[in-house]
Design a protein around this ligand. Structure first.
Ligand SMILES: NC(=O)C1=CN([C@@H]2O[C@H](COP(=O)(O)OP(=O)(O)OC[C@H]3O[C@@H](n4cnc5c(N)ncnc54)[C@H](OP(=O)(O)O)[C@@H]3O)[C@@H](O)[C@H]2O)[C@H](O)CC1
Length: 403
């Protein structure tokens, strides 16, 4: 097994980065580090005194590097491992169908499987919505937000988001014509106690609020929308459809819209272009849905985030979700312009991660000290590590790198 010195780490990072390979699942202990690489193009690494050579090798499955904390310059392996994963994450997402999304929700909320309560997931989903708005349209430039709330769970996400957005410093207007159920009433109560403004629950209430808004959070319908829109939502959706927007633009430019999972009114799998409005930003909860493929990929993708940081690794593997790494403590990760990953590729990746996990150190001391670091905990170090790797790529990683 090769020995690794501190000088090798940036080179290894650069090699992974350059070859766009994926170090997905990392197992680290004070004395051992192992990670799997994306087997679409397996790599072997040869460590040299001052450089590292990477070359394709068919049979290689998991690379192991023996090291010690002393050898990595005092940095903890858990600190190093995530930066590798983040640097090398693949820039592709897998799209799931509406029925897969419902199945995943059911598994998350089954007491016998993952045990979540809907309210917990809604809270995290709503926080992700609020973070997406804040990241895309900060309140110093876009102080007034209209949150359009629908009758299902996505409407609940919207009410949670409205509360967070209030605390983030926005002036929040809520349009919510059909609030029902105990939990939804509690969320409404929380907002009313914060003096959040509720617009009249009809078309004119929506249009007045739209007139004042600098940005709109569209949480009317998610992946359970079916058939032609029914009142009281039909006219409001018309107002958001592009042609109606143009009329509106004669009075004032239409505010940008942030949609969740799928723009409201879009059929979740396919549908006519004329029935759609185009949001500026899309947040996919859990994983992108197949209905938004054309919106977020190709030559003119809208800004795209993934949120809903609550998927256990086992579930991610079961559905081959191939989720990207979330940076640090954030609830969203930006994936704008990422292309589609096929189901086959995603399954392959899931298989590799499971193998990497299975090949974790088995020695009892090591197991006790080891930490399984999912790629999702990785990217806190992303930007400065990426800069460092780019510089290294330009200079230190020389012609010895053959990939
Ligand atoms: N795991 C996660 O990522 C989570 C995501 N969440 C969010 O939940 C939605 C899906 O929630 P769901 O309640 O299943 O569905 P919707 O929010 O899309 O709305 C269903 C309601 O919409 C009504 N509906 C459906 N079609 C129409 C229509 N054509 N016209 C009018 N109204 C319509 C439907 O009414 P029915 O009478 O048909 O029952 C429902 O009332 C997901 O997208 C995420 O945003 C969860 O919050 C947490 C987990």
């Amino acid at each position: 097994m090769p020995r690794c010195s501190p000088a090798h780490w940036p080179l290894l990072q650069a090699a992974l980065h350059r070859s766009r390979q994926c170090a997905r699942q990392i197992v680290a202990s004070p004395s051992h580090l192992a990670f799997s690489v994306n087997l679409s193009k397996p790599l072997c690494f040869e460590l040299r005194r001052k450089s590292i050579r990477a070359y394709p090798q068919r049979s290689l499955r998991t690379m192991s590097i023996a090291t010690t904390s002393a050898q990595v310059g005092g940095a903890t392996p858990t600190g190093l491992a995530p930066s590798l994963a983040a640097l090398a994450a693949p820039r592709a997402v897998r799209f799931i169908s509406a029925s897969e999304a419902s199945e995943i929700d059911a598994a998350l909320m089954s007491p016998d499987q993952h045990g979540y309560a809907l309210e917990q997931l809604m809270e995290l989903a709503g926080l992700a919505c609020a973070q997406t708005v804040f990241r895309s349209y900060p309140p110093d430039t876009f102080p007034v937000i209209l949150v359009a709330v629908g009758p299902g769970n996505q409407g609940g996400d919207g009410l949670v988001a409205a509360r967070h957005l209030h605390h983030f410093g926005y002036n929040v207007l809520v349009w919510a014509p059909r609030l029902k159920g105990d939990h939804i009433s509690r969320l409404e109560r929380q907002l009313r106690n914060l003096d959040v403004f509720f617009a009249m629950a009809d078309d004119s209430g929506f249009e007045d609020a739209l007139d004042q808004a600098d940005v709109v959070l569209d949480t009317i319908f998610g992946f359970s929308f079916k058939g032609p829109p029914r009142e009281p939502f039909a006219n409001v959706l018309k107002a958001l459809i592009e042609e109606s927007r143009m009329e509106f633009q004669m009075r004032r430019p239409c505010p940008p819209v942030v949609s969740v999972d799928i723009p409201s009114g879009w059929p979740s799998e396919r549908g006519r272009q004329s029935e759609r409005f185009i949001p500026e930003v899309l947040l996919s909860l859990t994983a992108p849905k197949s209905g938004i493929r054309s919106l977020v990929t190709g030559s003119k993708p809208v800004r795209h985030f993934i949120g809903g940081r609550f998927i256990p690794k086992a579930l991610e593997h079961q559905y081959a979700l191939a989720l990207p790494a979330y940076p640090g403590d954030e609830q969203i990760v930006e994936v704008t312009g990422w292309e589609e990953m096929s189901l086959e590729q995603a399954r392959h990746l899931a298989q590799q991660e499971m193998e990497a996990l299975a090949s974790a150190p088995s020695n009892s001391d090591e197991v006790a000290a080891s930490t399984v670091v999912p790629a999702g905990t990785a990217a806190a170090h992303l930007s400065h590590q990426a800069d460092a790797a780019q510089k290294l790529e330009a200079g230190a990683v020389d012609d010895q790198q053959k990939v």
